[in-house]
Design a protein around this ligand. Structure first.
Ligand SMILES: *[C@@H]1O[C@H](CO)[C@@H](O)[C@H](O)[C@H]1NC(C)=O
Ligand SMILES: *[C@@H]1O[C@H](CO)[C@@H](O)[C@H](O)[C@H]1NC(C)=O
Ligand SMILES: *[C@@H]1O[C@H](CO)[C@@H](O)[C@H](O)[C@H]1NC(C)=O
Ligand SMILES: *[C@@H]1O[C@H](CO)[C@@H](O)[C@H](O)[C@H]1NC(C)=O
Ligand SMILES: *[C@@H]1O[C@H](CO)[C@@H](O)[C@H](O)[C@H]1NC(C)=O
Ligand SMILES: *[C@@H]1O[C@H](CO)[C@@H](O)[C@H](O)[C@H]1NC(C)=O
Ligand SMILES: *[C@@H]1O[C@H](CO)[C@@H](O)[C@H](O)[C@H]1NC(C)=O
Ligand SMILES: *[C@@H]1O[C@H](CO)[C@@H](O)[C@H](O)[C@H]1NC(C)=O
Ligand SMILES: *[C@@H]1O[C@H](CO)[C@@H](O)[C@H](O)[C@H]1NC(C)=O
Length: 551
């Protein structure tokens, strides 16, 4: 009786799942959910196989399938459902097939099982619009939509063919969309490409045609800029820094990304070796900053102290992400006065030199001119004569009272000839000394002023107050030439300090203001009669240069 019961049970076990059997079987529970469309071909796979084979090793195994809801084992010779090795085929699938299918894997010693949940959706018209897959495409890129979960059909079938639909409209295989095996390639994805895409694969299996379809919802993600990274800083330049000082620079990389996860790697190299943290150098943490135009990645490089070595080194910042790579470098150069400072200094020195030379020339003008005349004297020797007889015509008041050296008559008749004639070799015309007797005064004056190269007017503060006719005549003749013809130069010599020029004639005042007067301070000493004294140098400076100079 017991034997009979056991036999019945065993027989039952052959076709019914042995839930009641004692066989210990590790249960992986429901691991997958699938949703297929009624009327399509479908296939379930015992996915734990690949994972378990590693553990099972070379041991022989066999796989059985059963439907949990009915408990019936499924075999390879089924009408529409066939269990062939690790695959369970539905050729085609029908609404009644909804349920849980359990795959059991046995070796000589082990047993595992795993259930796959299968859901069947109805097909409305010929258009399938319930998307069961989701794919995101970034805008502006060339991308493709993959018909998912069809590799088994492609691998096991004799032939296969794909057709694509977007929101139930067939997609033409052409310019913008191109069919490529199980993919649909979209050129330059646009927001309008969003929608429900259906791929239908037709394949033949053992000379029978089957069909399977998948519907994918495509989301187009607006990526503001889909650009390769760009290093904003450093900028391939040299940076001035003081050796021994701290230094800090940030590598700034624009990635333009505006999504959630952007994997941009940014790092610093020195001489093509990645910089590691040390006691002297710190590489900061990568920081992502969102700006108006897109993401920016910053990595700092901090030196506590710059060393000699750093100044020959090439520091570069690298950035790499899925869209490309970029780098830029900087070099350090020791700080010092800049070129501009040098230019400024040079300019300042030139200006200073010019000012000093001008000042020196102004102070020593007379000496320089006299020295020049003397040193170039031999050149002047052969100078063409200007037809004049005298170097200077002397005008002085003749009726002065005093008899000191301040007496214009003494000065004109004694001191001037003593120095200018005897010592310097000039030829003077002095009224009261050089005129021929009997000549008319006006003729003498006119003729001799015309024959002179300079007109020297000697006066004191009272000279023009008590003017006599001689000096007036002489002065007028000379000044007339000087002013009107501009032929003769006038030298004013003051014999004393003049406080008030109001008595002076307009012409003298004008000359005094324009060119100044030379003031005589001395008397008859050896020193004051030396041509190299300040006074005589000044007079000689104003005298013509064709006189042979003696000192
Ligand atoms: C499986 O068999 C191969 C030879 O057929 C052997 O080299 C290998 O060691 C075996 N592996 C295990 C896990 O027994
Ligand atoms: C299989 O069926 C049994 C009994 O009908 C039930 O207890 C179990 O939860 C089911 N397993 C799955 C994975 O549906
Ligand atoms: C499955 O494997 C077990 C043990 O390896 C074996 O006893 C049984 O006959 C096999 N069944 C089939 C259907 O191959
Ligand atoms: C795609 O399918 C979903 C779910 O059926 C639906 O809500 C949506 O409107 C469909 N999209 C388009 C563009 O037809
Ligand atoms: C196709 O035919 C071969 C040979 O008859 C058979 O082994 C295989 O299981 C069949 N495939 C399907 C899916 O029925
Ligand atoms: C720096 O130089 C590299 C290579 O020479 C170049 O690719 C990069 O565009 C340059 N970067 C800048 C900011 O000039
Ligand atoms: C270097 O050190 C700083 C802080 O000490 C740390 O934030 C950073 O991640 C380190 N960088 C590297 C490349 O180890
Ligand atoms: C990098 O190379 C330069 C020139 O070859 C050298 O002067 C400098 O010391 C190097 N720097 C480092 C850190 O190796
Ligand atoms: C610095 O290094 C980069 C590459 O590491 C190189 O392209 C660049 O020319 C170097 N710059 C100088 C000035 O040597």
């Amino acid at each position: 009786m017991a034997t009979t019961l056991l036999t019945i049970l065993l027989i039952a076990c052959g076709h019914v799942i042995c839930e009641i059997s004692e066989e210990p079987c590790e249960n992986f529970k429901v691991s997958f959910h699938h949703s297929y469309v009624q009327g399509d071909a479908a296939v379930l796979s015992c996915t734990m196989l690949n994972f378990l084979l590693e553990h099972v090793g070379n041991d022989t195994y066999n796989i059985t399938w059963y439907k949990n809801e009915t408990g019936k084992e499924l075999f390879g010779d089924g009408d529409t459902i066939r269990a062939i090795d690790e695959l369970l085929w539905f050729l085609p699938i029908s609404l009644a097939d909804t349920g849980h299918y359990v795959c059991v894997l046995r070796t000589s010693t082990l047993c595992f099982k795993q259930a796959v949940s299968l859901e069947i959706t109805t097909k409305e018209d010929s258009c399938i619009h319930t998307p069961t897959y989701l794919q995101m495409l970034p805008a502006s890129s060339n991308d493709n939509v993959v018909c998912p979960d069809v590799n088994i059909f492609m691998g096991k079938s004799d032939s296969h063919e794909f057709l694509w639909y977007k929101d139930c409209e067939p997609i033409e295989n052409g310019n913008r969309y191109r069919y490529a095996n199980n993919m649909l390639i979209i050129r330059t994805v646009e927001p309008e490409d969003e929608g429900n895409y259906t791929c239908v694969v037709t394949f033949s299996l053992n000379r029978t045609q089957y069909e399977a379809s998948r519907t994918i919802h495509i989301d187009v993600k607006e990526v503001i800029s889909y650009v390769p990274p760009a290093v904003i800083n450093p900028i391939n330049n040299s940076i001035e820094a003081w050796p021994g000082s701290p230094f800090n620079i940030v590598c700034k990389v624009f990635t333009g990304f505006s999504g959630e996860n952007d994997l941009t790697d940014v790092w610093w190299d020195v001489n093509d070796t990645r910089i590691q943290n040390s006691s002297r150098i710190t590489v900061g943490k990568q920081k992502e900053i969102l700006t108006q135009t897109g993401q920016e990645v910053d990595v700092q490089l901090i030196f506590t102290e710059l060393k000699e070595d750093d100044f020959g080194s090439n520091f570069s910042c690298f950035a790499v992400n899925g869209r490309g790579s970029a780098f830029a470098y900087f070099l350090l150069k020791p700080a010092g006065p800049s070129f501009l400072v040098y230019v400024g200094l040079t300019f300042a020195i030139l200006v200073l030199l010019t000012i000093t030379s001008l000042a020196i020339f102004k102070i020593f003008k007379i000496d320089i001119v006299l020295w020049y005349r003397k040193s170039s004297h031999h050149l002047k020797k052969n100078q063409v004569s200007d037809g004049k007889v005298y170097d200077a015509y002397i005008i002085y008041p003749k009726n002065h009272q005093s008899s000191s050296s301040k007496d214009p008559a003494i000065f004109a008749l004694q001191i001037l000839p003593e120095v200018l004639e005897k010592k310097c070799g000039y030829k003077l015309f002095i009224l009261g000394r050089d005129e021929l007797p009997g000549e008319a005064m006006a003729d003498i004056v006119n003729e001799n002023v015309q024959n002179s190269r300079r007109l020297i007017i000697v006066y004191t503060s009272t000279t023009f107050g008590l003017e006599d006719s001689d000096i007036q005549l002489e002065r007028q003749a000379g000044l007339h030439d000087a002013f009107i013809d501009n032929q003769i130069k006038i030298i004013l010599i003051e014999l004393e300090k003049v406080k008030d020029y109001s008595d002076f004639p307009e012409s003298i005042r004008y000359l005094k203001n324009k060119q100044g007067a030379i003031r005589w301070k001395g008397d008859f000493t050896e020193k004051t009669l030396s041509p190299s004294s300040r006074f005589w140098k000044h007079v000689r400076y104003h005298m013509p240069l064709n006189a042979p100079s003696l000192s």
